[in-house]
Write a protein of this length. Structure first.
Length: 186
């Protein structure tokens, strides 16, 4: 009888160990699968105030409530899910301000995608509003296929679908537009 009980105990212990082993194996596979499919940022920042300088001069200031850095993936990017407020400074200290509800910057292409209530305001009163705008950092060029409205300092405006323009608004190309231009006689 003792031998029977001893064999039963050994069998029960063996069954428990085997069960635990397979149970752990299943959990390990789940964890591996989670790691493969997870989309987790490598860095995260709250209340960001980033100043970019060149030769001792401030070139831009970026403000954002939240930044997520995804530099650990095949096509790395930085996301600003709560929007951005960027001030650009030219060589004379004149500013251009860019505001949007959301932004994402793609590292490989140097393209920034601004979305939601995008507004660009220049030091001389020019203003562009649209729902989405791309910025090509290499060429310092903005473009969109979305509807836009451009207002100048004199109250004139242009609007329509699709526009591309230089960072300083000196070159401005529209696909289709309508508007009103006010001239000031001097």
């Amino acid at each position: 009888m003792k031998k029977f009980i001893k064999n039963n105990i050994i069998n029960m212990v063996t069954i428990c160990i085997v069960t635990m082993f397979f149970s752990c194996e299943s959990d390990i596979q789940k964890v591996k699968k989670l790691n493969e499919t997870s989309f987790i940022p490598t860095g995260e920042a709250d209340s960001l105030n980033l100043k970019y300088t060149d030769s001792g001069k401030i070139k831009s200031i970026l403000l954002s409530q939240k930044m997520l850095d995804y530099s650990n993936i095949q096509n790395p990017f930085t996301e600003f899910p709560k929007g951005v407020n960027v001030t650009l400074f030219d060589n004379n200290g004149k500013t251009t301000t860019i505001v949007s509800d959301y932004a994402i910057s793609y590292k490989k292409t140097d393209i920034i995608d601004l979305q939601g209530n995008v507004t660009i305001t220049s030091h001389d009163g020019k203003k562009l509003e649209t729902s989405q705008l791309y910025f090509d950092q290499k060429n310092e060029w903005f473009f969109t296929e979305k509807h836009f409205k451009f207002t100048d300092a004199n109250g004139g405006y242009l609007q329509g679908p699709g526009v591309d323009f230089s960072k300083d608004f000196k070159i401005f190309n529209m696909q289709k537009s309508s508007g009103q231009i006010n001239s000031i006689e001097k």
